[in-house]
Write a protein that binds this ligand. Structure first.
Ligand code: PLP
Length: 404
């Protein structure tokens, strides 16, 4: 009998954060080992509880969340998102421009499916959160990477963006604040990106899921605010800022050149109605989250837990000989560089596996974020200070003698 194979569409579709390294970690857990996981940006298991008022509100509304709702999502939740857009200064957002989904992830897949034909190109940052590459590949489109410059605080290289545009380029993805680098982009740079999109008629995909996780003096500018005449899809949700990743509650807003995008918008509406609607209990959390006390600020301001952990991890990493790291201005990750003159490393995935086997600590290799050299790691700084300092201390010790 013939083997049952996966579809050709899945060729090149890979999500490294939950890939082979994670499988090895799962095997080790089955054998009884405790693994310290610094690989996934999932705040709840690290004691970052969601605001209680949101949980209470969802419990209270559970009985009303039994049926399907409109495919774009619960009206009250979309209204709250619309109001937030107005507060942020994003022009002309209507209730119908807002789609709720099972996390931002579902909406990313939906938007890329609705736009791209086979061979169409999407500009993606390098390094990037790998869901964007996977979603683009799944459509038959081609991800084309533009470089973010580590020497310039990981900001996108605008000349590289321009150089990568071809007649097949349909869109550009901007992840701000960035995963995995923690960079927060200045307004002037975002304006330059919008100008490139304007000139080449590109759709902007603005993944802004970390927009409220900002440190020091970092200021977040929503891309949609600068792109009045360019089609802009902005993505945000409850997974990170409200520590509710398990609720699968995210949203997408469509702004800018909507008049010229009727076909594409119709495509998104078709896909949205094909899945009937997103998770309704998660939608009941949105209004309370956006309108309630913004407790994320207590975590990121001086003395806040996330901020302290970022500082500790950043300092400890830079103290390891042969390791350097740009200080994250937002989000919950560090993307340190390993000096390849000091360590012979051919495969960063092997390094992560060796570290996992020896120290029972799980990181992600930089290539998992489509970085083009085996010289970076991504570390989630969600664990408490004692676990973080243990993990980074062990990494320093491990790297002392490590070579491939
Ligand atoms: N976009 C970025 C940049 C992320 O880092 C993540 C999750 O880590 C997502 C999207 C997915 O978020 P959601 O939980 O809303 O699907």
């Amino acid at each position: 009998m013939k083997d049952i194979l996966k579809s050709d569409k899945l060729h090149g579709v890979c999500y490294e954060i939950r890939g082979p390294v994670m499988e090895q970690a799962a095997r080790m857990e089955e054998e009884g080992h405790r693994i310290l996981k610094l690989n996934i940006g999932n705040p709840a298991p690290f004691g970052f509880d969601a605001p209680d008022e949101i949980i209470q509100d969802v419990i209270h509304n559970l009985a009303h969340a039994q049926g399907y709702v409109e495919s774009k999502g619960l009206f009250a939740a979309r209204k709250a998102i619309m109001q937030e857009c107005q507060t942020l200064g994003i022009p002309e957002v209507d209730i119908d421009d807002i789609y709720l989904g099972n996390g931002v992830s579902e909406l990313i897949a939906m938007a890329t499916q609705a736009l791209l034909n086979t061979g169409d190109e999407v500009l993606l940052p390098m390094p990037n959160y790998p869901l964007w590459t996977a979603a683009t590949n799944l459509t038959g489109g081609n991800p084309v990477m533009y470089r973010c410059d580590e020497g310039a605080g990981w900001l996108p290289d605008i000349d590289d963006i321009k150089a990568k545009i071809t007649p097949r380029t349909r869109g550009i993805v901007v992840i701000n604040p960035n995963n995995p680098t923690g960079a927060v982009y200045p307004r002037a740079l975002l304006e330059e990106i919008v100008e490139v999109a304007r000139q080449h008629d590109l759709v902007i995909f603005a993944d802004e899921i970390y927009s409220k996780i900002l440190y020091d003096d970092a200021e977040f500018t929503p891309l949609a605010k600068l792109a009045e005449d360019v089609l802009c899809l902005s993505f945000n949700g409850l997974s990170k800022s409200y520590r509710l990743a398990g609720f699968r509650s995210g949203w997408m807003t469509v702004t800018g050149a909507k008049q010229r995008a009727k076909g594409f918008i119709e495509g998104m509406e078709i896909l949205s109605s094909m899945r009937l609607c997103g998770n309704v209990p998660g939608m009941f959390a949105v209004q309370t989250a956006l309108g309630g006390y913004q407790s994320i600020n207590d975590l990121v301001l001086p003395g806040g837990r996330l901020r302290q952990q970022r500082d500790l991890a950043y300092e400890m990493l830079n103290d390891i000989p042969g390791v350097s790291c740009v200080k994250p201005q937002g989000a919950i990750y560090l993307f340190p560089k390993l000096n390849l003159d000091r360590h012979r490393i051919e495969s960063d995935e092997r390094l992560v596996l060796d570290f996992l086997r020896r120290e029972k600590i799980l990181l992600v290799h930089g290539r998992g974020f489509h970085w083009d050299s085996p010289d970076h790691l991504r570390i989630v700084f969600l664990p408490r200070e004692d676990d973080l300092s243990h993990a980074i201390g062990r990494l320093g010790h491990f790297l002392e003698r490590y070579t491939q």
